[in-house]
Design a binder for this molecule. Structure first.
Ligand code: FES
Length: 149
């Protein structure tokens, strides 16, 4: 395993053990529930907006290490972003885990989220990594519930 892969794996394990923004937002403006029908895992995302900006974002639920770490890192990545910036990150993340984005080109804003590029080789894990992102997208665009099927 390359040093970089090892570093990425450590990042994912650390976020699973100590997830950031793992809580409810009681006065959330938007919330959505996402579930992965393949395993039954489900996450709820809470969003507090300040105009066009994501002022706070948090999640709750149960999921595997990858889905939990992905949700944790997603909340860190989108907090403070505008709706347009969050949409762009969602689109880039989705393209990365489905193999449509060449991250070597360096033309994206994914940063640490590149830790999930490796799921591409494990098709069942793509849904784990993208569950929180699809759920966030549903919350931001007023769809209350989504399933990754
Ligand atoms: Fe359920 Fe990963 S195994 S989300």
């Amino acid at each position: 395993m390359s040093d970089l892969n090892e570093l990425y794996q450590e990042t994912i394990l650390e976020h699973n053990k100590n997830p950031r923004n793992f809580r409810e937002i009681e006065d959330a403006d938007q919330t959505a529930l996402g579930n992965n029908p393949l395993c039954g895992d489900a996450l709820q995302i809470f969003v507090k907006m300040d105009g066009e900006r994501v002022a706070d974002v948090a999640f709750k639920g149960s999921g595997c290490a990858i889905s939990k770490a992905s949700a944790s890192m997603m909340t860190q990545a989108v907090k403070g972003k505008t709706l347009g910036e969050a949409d762009k990150l969602f689109e880039e993340f989705h393209r990365m885990v489905t193999g449509e984005l060449d991250i070597e080109a360096g033309a994206d804003d994914l940063g640490k989220l590149r830790a999930f590029a490796g799921v591409l080789e494990f098709p069942a894990r793509v849904k784990c990594a993208s569950l929180s992102w699809h759920t966030l997208n549903a919350a931001l665009h007023g769809e209350g519930e989504i399933s990754t099927e």
